[in-house]
Design a protein around this ligand. Structure first.
Ligand SMILES: *Cc1c(COP(=O)(O)O)cnc(C)c1O
Length: 355
């Protein structure tokens, strides 16, 4: 099914005012949304774009009770000449199917996924902000909507895409502090850590609150068995610059394979830096910092792009990074990546998709 998906478009008769001033993140929504349904036997059907608005479903809806849902995060960018771009959308389509397979949501054709995103972004293109570092955040998500309280794989689903104009996620490109979480874990081998599914985030909330109580922006996750190996930070992948070399934890079942992570690895190699994907323990990191070799730490993700870290808090001990300012590599990565995304730099790796 869904080959040559036909999208039925109902345009809003009451377009909203565009927000002015600070956009923040995920607060304002564009005029339209994409919806498609799945029914066992029929497959995916009724692709449509309708005015953005509230949904109506049974209070017994399966996703509300047992968390059978997945999501993605991607962005559309406005170039200086007015053109609009997506960034590596085929990676989101593919990862979405990985996430879906992990929680038994039916596969969605990747070409149709990209088509749905492109059609919606094109319709609401005047919502793509043009200010420096701003973009249109795109949130595709799937959820089980069987009105049934039995614990079972749902027979019906919805695929929805909503969009929200956003400016930089953490405000300015300013280094943040990170709390190294040594009690709660985000993901375990055999679990759902590699899938973008809601339950992972609900379970991470207590650690976020604890990090914030300590004046930190995010929690750093250690592995679920020994609480020893560094995995991620908040909802970002994590990178270190140690003695001139770039190190990031090697992917495993409990680390989410970020598209920004993949892009940053490619750019670092292109910059001529030595890059290592390997297990890195928190004890090794403490030793490296004590020896004065921890030059940079930064998180990567679609929302933030690159987020520099200047301080880690682990078991009451402060680990300081470099000289406390944003590092030259994180700054260069941020500028290169956002310039490729906005169309200012040559698209050497074929990452941009024009609309
Ligand atoms: C989405 C996400 C990332 C970053 O992935 P990108 O594709 O770079 O946006 C990293 N870690 C977690 C846990 C995530 O949910």
């Amino acid at each position: 099914m869904a080959k040559n998906m036909k999208i039925n478009i109902t345009k809003t008769t009451t377009p909203k005012e565009k927000p002015t001033g600070t956009l923040g993140f995920g607060r304002n929504f564009t005029d339209h949304m994409f919806i498609m349904n799945y029914t066992e036997g029929t497959g995916w059907h009724d692709a449509r774009i309708v005015p953005h608005g509230d949904l109506s479903f049974s209070p017994a809806c399966a996703a509300l009770h047992y968390g059978q849902e997945t999501f993605e995060g991607m962005k559309a960018y406005r170039g200086r000449d007015g053109s609009c771009y997506l960034f590596r959308p085929e990676m989101n389509a593919r990862r979405s199917n990985y996430s879906n397979s992990r929680v038994c949501i039916p596969e969605f054709p990747e070409a149709d996924y990209i088509e749905a995103v492109k059609t919606l972004v094109t319709l609401d293109a005047d919502w793509i902000p043009s200010a420096e570092n701003s973009s249109l955040y795109i949130r595709p998500f799937f959820f089980a909507d069987d009105p049934f309280l039995g614990v079972a794989v749902s027979k019906t689903y919805q695929f929805i895409i909503i969009m929200s104009p956003a400016d930089a996620y953490f405000g300015a490109f300013e280094p943040v502090s990170i709390f190294v979480e040594d009690e709660y874990v985000r993901a375990v081998k055999g679990g759902t850590g590699r899938a973008k599914t809601g339950g992972n985030y609900a379970a991470s909330h207590p650690a976020l609150l604890r990090a914030q109580e300590h004046g930190c922006a995010q929690a750093m996750w250690l592995d679920g068995i020994e609480r020893k190996y560094i995995e991620e930070v908040g909802t970002m992948n994590i990178f270190f610059k140690i003695d001139g070399k770039i190190v990031t934890p090697a992917l495993n079942e409990s680390i989410l394979a970020g598209i920004t992570r993949d892009s940053v690895l490619t750019l670092c190699r292109d910059f001529g830096l030595t890059v290592g994907e390997r297990p890195l323990s928190i004890d090794e990191l403490v030793e490296i910092a004590d020896a004065g070799k921890l030059e940079e730490v930064f998180g990567t993700g679609t929302a933030v792009v690159v987020a520099p870290v200047n301080r880690l808090l682990y078991k009451g001990k402060e680990i300081l990074v470099g000289d406390g300012n944003e590092g030259e590599t994180s700054r260069r990565l941020y500028e290169t990546l956002t310039s490729i995304q906005r169309g200012d730099f040559e698209d050497k790796f074929n990452w941009r998709v024009s609309l």
